[in-house]
Design a protein around this ligand. Structure first.
Ligand SMILES: *Cc1c(COP(=O)(O)O)cnc(C)c1O
Length: 365
C-alpha cells in the first residue's frame, strides 16, 4: 500500500487530499484567474490576524527563511541595529542572516529551556539607544518554547523600536491579533499551521512603516517593498510565482476557515499534543521543557538513556510503521522531536505512540 507516511515534523506537514488535488492544474502567472487566487489568499491572511486596517501582507517565493531574510533586509535601514532575542536554533539563524544582510546585529542570549524575557529586553533597550529593531521568534521550533509575544511587543512599542516576529510555526494555530499586538513585520509560510504545501512565505508589514522601506533592501529578489508595489499595481507577482503552492494554500485556507479558524486549529493541535504527551509518558518518555512554556506545536523528548538507543535506528523503526519523527536540535543533550501540527488528529497521535512502542521493542529497549 502506498499510503503517505504521516509527517510528525515542523514542516513540510501532512496535508489533506483536497489540498493535494488542488495542485493538479496549470495556471498562467499573468492570468486573471491566478491573480484572483493570489488576491483571495492575501485577504484571508490579513483576516487571520485582524490586520486589514493596520497591515499589508506581501507573499514571497521560497521557504520560510527566505521571507525572514527579506523582512530584515526590507524593514531595517542599512545603518540600523538589530537586537535578536535568542533562545534557540531559529533565533541563531535569524541573527546570522541579519549579519549577512550587513545589518549591525546584537544577540541577547537566553537559556534554550526558557522563554525570552521582556524585562531583560527592556533593560537592554534602555542601555543601548542605538538599537532600532528587535527580532523574536514566537514559537522557537528548536525546543518548542512559546515566547511571550505580547510582553515583548509592549516593550518595543513603549520604546518606539521596530519589532520583527518570526511566527512561522505558530501562525494560524496560536492567537495573533494585530489590533492588540503591535509589530512592524510578522512572518509565516504556506507549509506550516495553515497546512498548505511548502514554497512560499508571507510577511505582514505595518502600514505606518511601509513607505519608509523603499530602497532599503540590497536584494532585488527579496525586496518586499518592491514586491508589494508591483503586486498592488498589477495584481501579479514580480517574478514567476509558485503557482501550485498558491492554489494549494488557497484550498488549505478554505479548509482552515471551515474548521473554525485559528481557535479550532489550536484546539485540534492541543488534542494532538495531549494524546502525544500522555501516550509517551506511559512509555517512559519525558519532555524536555516545563509544560507551562511548551507550545502545542512541537515537543522535544529526552532520548532514552540506554546504550542500545540510536536515533537513526529508532527513526527507521518508527518510519517502518508509517510515521516520520524529527531529530533534536539542542546542543547539549540527546533528544528527538515530535510535531503535533498538520492535517492529523489525536487518533493519528495514538497510532504514532503505538509505533514508538513497537520501535522500542525492535531496538531491545
Ligand atoms: C519552519 C521555520 C522557519 C523556516 O524554515 P524553512 O526551512 O526556511 O521553511 C523559520 N522559523 C521557524 C520558527 C520555523 O519553525
Amino acid at each position: 500500500m502506498d499510503r503517505d507516511k504521516i509527517l510528525l515534523t515542523p514542516g513540510p506537514l501532512t496535508t489533506t487530499l483536497r489540498t493535494k488535488l488542488a495542485m493538479l492544474k496549470d495556471w498562467g502567472s499573468w492570468d486573471a484567474d491566478f491573480n484572483a487566487v493570489t488576491a483571495s489568499v492575501r485577504a484571508s491572511l490579513l483576516k487571520i490576524i485582524h490586520g486589514s486596517d493596520s497591515h499589508v501582507v506581501v507573499p514571497l517565493q521560497g521557504s520560510g527563511t527566505f521571507s525572514v531574510e527579506a523582512a530584515v533586509a526590507t524593514l531595517v535601514p542599512r545603518d540600523g541595529h538589530v537586537l535578536v532575542l535568542d533562545n534557540g536554533a531559529y533565533c541563531k539563524r535569524a541573527a546570522r542572516l541579519t549579519s549577512l544582510m550587513g545589518r549591525r546585529c546584537t544577540v541577547l542570549g537566553f537559556d534554550e529551556a526558557e522563554q525570552i524575557s521582556a524585562a531583560v529586553l527592556q533593560e537592554n533597550l534602555k542601555a543601548d539607544a542605538s538599537i532600532t529593531h528587535v527580532v523574536m521568534i514566537h514559537c522557537e521550533t528548536g525546543a518548542g518554547v512559546l515566547n511571550p509575544l505580547q510582553a515583548v511587543a509592549d516593550v518595543c512599542e513603549a520604546h518606539d523600536k521596530g519589532l520583527i516576529v518570526d511566527a512561522m510555526s505558530s501562525f494560524g494555530a496560536l492567537e495573533i491579533d494585530a489590533r492588540k499586538t503591535r509589530f512592524d513585520a510578522l512572518i509565516a509560510a504556506s507549509g506550516k499551521c495553515l497546512e498548505g504545501v511548502p514554497g512560499m512565505g508571507f510577511v505582514f508589514i505595518r502600514k505606518a512603516v511601509l513607505d519608509g522601506c523603499l530602497g532599503q533592501s540590497q536584494s532585488l529578489a527579496m525586496d518586499l517593498h518592491d514586491q508589494y508595489v508591483y503586486m498592488e499595481k498589477t495584481g501579479q507577482w514580480r517574478f514567476t510565482p509558485p503557482t501550485h503552492v498558491v492554489v494549494a494554500l488557497h484550498e488549505a485556507i478554505a479548509q482552515f476557515e471551515a474548521e473554525g479558524g485559528q481557535s479550532a486549529r489550536l484546539a485540534r493541535y492541543t488534542q494532538n499534543y495531549q494524546a502525544l504527551i500522555s501516550g509517551m509518558a506511559k512509555l517512559g518518555f519525558k519532555p524536555f521543557l516545563d509544560p507551562t512554556i511548551q507550545a502545542p506545536i512541537i515537543v522535544t523528548f529526552l532520548a532514552p538513556e540506554h546504550p542500545a538507543y540510536d536515533f537513526k535506528a529508532f527513526y527507521a523503526a518508527v518510519r517502518a510503521r508509517g510515521f516520520l519523527l524529527y531529530p533534536g536540535k539542542l546542543t547539549q543533550i540527546e533528544t528527538f522531536r515530535v510535531g503535533c501540527i498538520g492535517a492529523i488528529g489525536p487518533q493519528d497521535m495514538a497510532q504514532a505512540v503505538h509505533a514508538v512502542a513497537l520501535a522500542l521493542k525492535d531496538l531491545g529497549l
